[in-house]
Design a protein around this ligand. Structure first.
Ligand code: FES
Ligand SMILES: [Fe+2]
Length: 372
């Protein structure tokens, strides 16, 4: 078991919020795409979405259109959704199944599911043309604990190096076998970093989250990841409750064979740059965060449960979904209010308190990625 540090104990005196330009300036947003979007490992969803060979879904990472698909050998692939003929986006439907091949609807260039070009009408007349040179471009892809990660940079370090500090950290929760019960997509009129900072602290819980606050005492936080791109730890579930659900009762059987300690805790982690992972005794909910512009963010969230829970008589995923759907909307609203204030000419960086040591650490990790 890892060591935990109380939230206030990891506070660095003098920690301040970031200047307004980080939330508003198009130039900084463009730099984020270059330094983070195009270079870092992004979570794109769960492996379950491409359970069988041929299953696919589309995902934009840093505005690059990708087809995430499982090939005939069971290998996940991330093809650029860009035809090698005249560039057309090949695939329009958000998700589905390729039975044999991937075909561009424009002039019928045809690719295997693993991305090789096998059909290109009339190209045999073109001197020097070789199908072997015109396979779909691919991004790096990795699977870990049931999550799919993509990296657009061919020179990026492999996933197992980039995520080395957390690779085994969640093993006891057996996350890879969990199954999706619900997905919700949220549109937020705020900057993506405000979404992360907000997730990183519970100082706001008593004021913003009346429903959540009676399940999680906001001062109970302690963290085992305290510096760098991966941050977070646990909160104690308030006595008398067995989970963080609307009713306080479990929504499902426990996600794994958990220790007594883990049954009383909820774990919250941010994994830079785009994953927020919430682990409860009976369910996991996670968020992928997608910057659209300095002032707009899409967050996609899914709720995951033990695969055998779905047939249980007491299975009540709505109890967990409602808890966070209500809480999420409160969070998104306050991050929108936050950005609205930061847009004022009078905004200046303000002091973080000792209960905001995690967002301060998140900012340091972000500034590090940005080379500041
Ligand atoms: S652009 Fe795809 S086949 Fe012509
Ligand atoms: Fe919150």
């Amino acid at each position: 078991m890892s060591d935990f540090l109380r939230t206030a104990a990891m506070y660095q005196p003098g920690s301040m919020t970031m200047p307004a330009e980080f939330y508003l300036a198009p130039a900084i947003f463009a730099e984020e795409i270059e330094r983070i979007g195009l270079r870092r490992w992004h979570c794109v969803g769960r492996s379950e979405r491409i359970a069988k060979p041929g299953d696919f879904f589309l995902r934009n990472v840093a505005f690059e259109p990708l087809i995430i698909v499982r090939d005939r050998n069971g290998q996940a692939r991330a093809h650029f959704n860009v035809c090698r003929h005249r560039g057309t986006q090949i695939c329009e439907k958000g998700s589905g199944h390729f039975s044999e091949t991937i075909q561009c609807p424009y002039h019928a260039w045809t690719y295997t599911i693993d991305g090789r070009l096998i059909g290109a009408p009339h190209m045999q007349d073109v001197a020097g043309f070789s199908k072997a040179d015109h396979g779909l471009h691919q991004a790096q892809i990795a699977e870990w604990d049931g999550f799919l990660f993509v990296n657009l940079d061919p020179a990026a370090p492999p996933f197992h190096e980039a995520f080395a500090p957390v690779l085994d950290r969640f093993a006891r929760f057996d996350l890879s076998r969990l199954k999706i019960a619900r997905r919700v997509s949220y549109q937020i009129e705020s900057n993506w970093k405000l979404v992360f900072q907000n997730y990183c602290e519970c100082l706001h819980c008593p004021t913003i989250h009346p429903e959540l606050s009676c399940k999680l005492p906001y001062q109970s936080g302690a963290n085992d990841l305290v510096e760098g791109p991966f941050l977070g730890g646990y909160m104690e579930i308030t006595a008398g409750n067995e989970s963080v659900t609307m009713s306080g009762r479990p929504a499902a059987r426990t996600i794994a064979d958990l220790s007594a300690e883990d049954r009383r805790r909820a774990y919250y982690y941010t994994l830079m740059p785009n994953l927020m992972l919430s682990i409860h005794p009976d369910y996991v909910n996670y968020y992928t965060v997608w910057p659209v512009s300095p002032e707009r963010t899409v967050v996609e969230s899914e709720w995951l449960f033990h695969p055998d829970a779905f047939g249980d008589p007491g299975f009540n995923p709505d109890d967990a979904v409602a808890m966070w759907d209500v809480t999420n909307r409160q969070d998104w609203h306050i991050t929108e209010q936050s950005l609205a204030g930061i847009k004022s000419r009078r905004y200046r960086p303000g002091p973080y308190s000792s209960r905001e040591s995690v967002p301060a650490a998140w900012d340091r990790a972000y500034l590090d990625l940005m080379g500041r």
